[in-house]
Design a protein around this ligand. Structure first.
Ligand code: G3I
Length: 369
C-alpha cells in the first residue's frame, strides 16, 4: 500500500482501514508505511542493525529499509570491532551500515565511543598514563567520528556511565585513568572532532525515575552549567513485559527542561517464557506507550528498537528465560508491537510540528565548549 506524501492523519486513516481485521487477530499488512508516519510526526523510528544479515539477508534488509527511518550500529562501531588492534581499523561494518542508510534515505546513529564493554584487550589491559589514554581516545574519535562527519548526526559518546542499579559513576577504564571528569573531557573532545554532531550520554534503568535517574540528572545539569557540549540523553528502554514505566514522558521532560534533547535509543520489551499469545498481544500497548511518550515530549527525537527481529535480539543470550522482545518474529512477520508503534504515530499530538525531519529540528543553543 503506497501512501507516500500523505499527512499523518491521512496515513493513519488509510492504514487503519487497510489493516482493521488485524485488530481481531488476523495478520498485519501495510506496516511498511511506518517511515511515512514517523517523518510526518518529525521523529525518527530507528532500529539497531547487525552487519552480516544487513549484507546478506534480503528479508532482514526489507524489514529495515521498509519500516524504519534510521539505523544504529548494534555492535560494529564498538572498539573491539572498529579498532581490534591499536591503529588497525576495520571499516567494513560501519561503512556497510552507513552506506545502507544513505541508499535508503535513512539517518544513522553512532554507537558508541566510551563504554566498559566490548573493548579490545590491547585497550582494556593496557597500562596507560592519562596522557597516553587521552591520545588513544583522540585517535579513535578522529578516525571514527571523522570518517562519518556529516553522515552520522548523533553519537552515543558516553555509554552507561553509572553502575547497573546504582547512582554512582562506574569505575570503568576511563574513570580509573582520566578521573571522574572523563565525561566532560570526552564530550569536549568529541565536539572538537565533529562540531556538528549531537552528543549523547546513553543510559539504562533511568526511564521510570529513581536514584540513578536523579544522579544522571545532576550530572547533566552540572555539565551544562559548565558549558560542556552535551546535547542529549539516550533512554535505552530495555523493558520487561508488564513493567514499562508509565511516567516515561515525565522523566524525559525533566531532561528536556534542562535544554537537552532525548531519544529512546534501545527499545525492547522482553517476555518471560513460555511466551503466551496474550502477552504478545499486550506488548502492542507497551510499544505504543513508548512511542506516544516520545511524541508527547517536544524535544524527543525518536525511538530506536534494539534488534530487527526476535531471531536477532540480544535478549535470549543475555536473559535466559526471556524472548519475543522486538516487533518482528523470527520469520520477519510483524507482531502486534509493530502495530502499537503505528497506533502511536497515527495520533499526532498537538504542538509537534509535522513534516519536519529530526535533523531539521536541531536546537541551536548548544553550550560552547
Ligand atoms: O564477536 C563474536 C564473534 O567473534 C563470535 O563468533 C560470536 C559467537 O557467539 O560472538 C560474537 O560476539 C558477540 C557480540 O555481541 C558481537 O559483537 C557476543 O557473543 C555477544 O554477547 C555480544 O552481545 C552484544 C552486547 O551488546 C555486548 O555487550 C549484543 O549483540 C548487543 O545488542 C549489546 O548491545 C548493548 C548496547 O551496546 C548498550 N546497551 C545494552 C545493549 C545490550 O547489552
Amino acid at each position: 500500500m503506497a501512501v507516500a506524501g500523505c499527512t499523518a492523519i491521512m496515513c493513519a486513516t488509510a492504514l487503519l482501514a487497510f489493516t482493521g481485521p488485524w485488530a481481531d487477530g488476523g495478520p498485519p499488512t501495510g506496516s511498511g508505511d511506518l517511515p511515512v508516519l514517523a517523518r510526518a510526526n518529525g521523529v525518527d523510528l530507528g532500529v539497531a542493525v547487525a552487519v552480516d544479515p544487513l549484507l546478506g539477508d534480503g528479508g532482514y534488509r526489507d524489514v529495515v529499509g521498509g519500516h524504519y527511518t534510521s539505523v544504529t550500529a548494534e555492535n560494529t562501531m564498538k572498539w573491539d570491532h572498529v579498532q581490534p588492534e591499536r591503529g588497525v581499523f576495520d571499516w567494513s561494518g560501519p561503512d556497510a551500515m552507513v552506506d545502507f542508510a544513505e541508499a535508503h534515505g535513512m539517518n544513522a546513529r553512532g554507537h558508541t565511543l566510551l563504554w566498559h564493554n566490548q573493548q579490545p584487550e590491547w585497550l582494556s589491559r593496557g597500562e596507560w598514563t592519562s596522557a597516553e589514554l587521552r591520545g588513544v581516545l583522540r585517535e579513535h574519535m578522529e578516525a571514527l567520528m571523522g570518517r562519518y562527519q556529516g553522515r552520522i548526526g548523533a553519537w552515543d559518546v558516553i555509554n552507561e556511565p553509572f553502575e547497573d542499579g546504582e547512582p554512582f559513576l562506574r569505575e570503568n577504564l576511563w574513570h580509573q585513568v582520566l578521573g571522574e571528569d572523563y565525561i566532560a573531557e570526552a564530550l569536549r573532545m568529541a565536539h572538537e572532532v565533529d562540531p556538528g554532531a549531537r552528543l549523547y550520554i546513553n543510559e539504562f534503568n533511568i526511564e521510570g525515575g529513581g536514584a540513578k535517574t536523579d544522579a544522571l540528572y545532576a550530572l547533566a545539569a552540572d555539565l551544562l552549567d559548565r558549558g560542556v557540549p552535551l546535547h542529549g540523553i539516550g533512554f535505552q528502554g530495555h523493558f520487561v513485559h508488564g513493567q514499562v514505566p508509565g511516567n516515561l514522558a515525565e522523566t524525559m521532560n525533566r531532561f528536556t527542561d534542562l535544554g537537552l534533547e532525548v531519544t529512546v535509543t534501545e527499545l525492547d520489551v522482553r517476555i518471560a517464557e513460555p511466551v503466551s499469545e496474550q502477552a504478545v498481544r499486550d506488548q502492542r500497548e507497551e510499544f505504543r506507550h513508548v512511542v506516544a511518550a516520545c511524541l508527547e515530549v517536544p524535544d524527543c527525537r525518536g525511538v530506536t528498537v534494539w534488534g530487527v527481529s526476535d531471531a536477532h535480539s540480544w535478549i535470549p543470550e543475555w536473559f535466559p528465560g526471556y524472548d519475543a522482545a522486538t516487533p518482528f518474529d523470527e520469520d520477519y512477520s510483524p507482531k502486534p508491537a509493530l502495530w502499537g508503534m503505528v497506533d502511536a504515530l497515527s495520533r499526532e499530538p498537538s504542538g509537534r510540528s509535522a513534516g519536519r525531519t529530526p535533523r531539521g529540528r536541531r536546537r541551536e543553543r548548544t553550550p560552547a565548549p
